[in-house]
Design a protein. Structure first.
Length: 443
């Protein structure tokens, strides 16, 4: 197992059911607890665990959500407890049955790592960098590993899983073995993040998160998520030239005054900052089409960002990695022969929906370069109607969130009642108004 981030840890948990021994290598020195680390540079920014992600974590690690809650994470109903502003006004806040979790990336990863380390047949070795693959002419038989301060050595394995993340060298390793590189789809999102933590006084707000999503008519947005440590993790984002949020502490809160919903601005007007703003320019979104390769070696699969690295602005990466882990488990239960092709076919179906949502949203901005197919233009136009209608109709908002949270397939957006509401309500764009405040979580 190459990589001990979320995708690697989830894959290790799945592999523990099918292999006598699982060894996980990671080049970082892994922290003891919930601490940011170099290999996860986005860890200090706001993260999202969608409903499907929480569902998988509870299946693989029973009781984990309860443990994380005791450490400060906040279980939420994703629609009732969060303010979603997709169009020009917030969605109605009603119970949706979509169970999410407000939690920082370091705490979530630490909790999963603790559970994986407790498995009797799993060993995690940090400070070990994967440098290549072993190959017998037919099958990948292991990996080359370089420990910090040591010498490269070979590690034999029945299966190698590449979970080395966004910058992985899997395609280069395959080429060195005589295989084609997977075709890649790449989109530069032109998005800049600036994040800052604020002190949260429990019980002061009646929402656990506010999500102001950028769209074609508003190339900027903001997210505020209640997190462990009695914090608000706030991320401002801008898409395209001249839209980058300010890194200057005095101007940071002023950026939020132009959002259609006032809650983030009101929050920052009184909350105490816990540190300086942190800037990050988002890297390219890359999808590697392993499922389309004509030749694949047995003994090797990629997972998580090694297959598809998403625009982090949409909070999909960890949930997709979780869903892929379940597909890997099911593929292994069907046998090891032909495993890579079987797994990649299933993983591609997991990736399709979030990739179309994220890339479609990116390409709605004319400054973002990429192929705009007829499908892309149609989906963007329809999703814009859905987003506008979601501010008026709880049914439309719930259905959009069900699909975005990977709990329903995209055809659910085309149910007759949803289409009718989207076409009728989505043509109206009134001024934003504050949403009613029903009974819900307080944080």
């Amino acid at each position: 197992m190459l990589g001990a981030s979320m995708a690697g840890l989830l894959a290790a948990r799945v592999l523990s059911e099918s292999f006598a021994n699982v060894t996980v290598f990671d080049r970082d020195t892994l922290p003891e607890g919930a601490t940011n680390r170099r290999g996860v540079p986005q860890g200090e920014h706001s993260h999202g665990l969608l409903a499907r992600g929480r569902q998988v974590l509870e299946e693989l690690f029973p009781g984990l959500v309860t443990e994380l809650t005791a450490e400060g994470a906040i279980p939420v109903d994703i629609m009732r407890d969060c303010v979603w502003v997709q169009g020009d006004r917030p969605m109605p806040r009603v119970a949706s049955g979509l169970a999410g979790l407000c939690v920082s990336r370091p705490l979530l990863e630490a909790g999963v790592r603790r559970r994986v380390l407790a498995l009797p047949n799993v060993v995690v070795l940090d400070g070990h960098e994967a440098t290549g693959l072993l190959f017998d002419g037919v099958k990948v038989t292991g990996a080359k590993v370089l420990p910090a301060g040591g010498s490269e050595h070979e590690v034999a394995a029945d299966l190698v899983v590449d979970a080395t993340g966004r910058g992985n060298r899997g395609p280069t390793w395959l080429a060195a073995l005589g295989f084609e590189r997977p075709a890649e789809e790449r989109v530069e999102p032109l998005t800049v993040y600036v994040s800052r933590d604020y002190r949260r006084v429990p019980g002061q707000q009646d929402f656990a998160a506010v999500i102001n999503s950028p769209n074609a008519g508003r190339p900027f947005g903001a997210v505020a998520i209640a997190a462990d440590g009695d914090r608000w993790m706030v991320t401002l984002l801008g898409v395209g030239a001249g839209q980058a949020p300010p890194s200057d502490p005095d101007a940071y809160a002023d950026f939020t005054a132009k959002l259609p919903d006032p809650r983030v601005h009101e929050l920052l007007a009184t909350a105490e900052p816990l540190g300086p703003p942190l800037r990050m320019r988002l890297p390219a979104s890359v999808r590697r089409r392993y499922e389309r390769m004509t030749r694949l070696p047995d003994g090797l699969v990629a997972i998580g960002d090694a297959i598809c690295a998403f625009n982090p602005a949409y909070g999909q990466g960890m949930t997709v990695a979780a869903a892929e882990a379940i597909e890997l488990r099911d593929a292994l239960r069907a046998g090891r022969e032909g495993l890579p092709r079987r797994f990649y076919a299933k993983a591609a179906k997991v990736v399709d929906v979030p990739w179309d949502i994220a890339v479609g949203a990116d390409l709605a901005n004319p400054e973002v370069q990429g192929e705009r197919t007829g499908k892309t233009r149609f989906l963007n136009a329809y999703v814009a109607r859905i987003q506008a209608a979601s501010g008026h109709s709880a049914a439309v908002g719930r259905r959009f969130l069900q699909v975005a949270n990977l709990m329903k397939a995209p055809p659910a957006l085309f149910a007759p009642g949803i289409v009718a509401r989207a076409l009728w309500l989505g043509r109206r764009r009134p001024a934003a108004v504050p949403a009613a405040r029903p009974e819900k979580v307080t944080v």
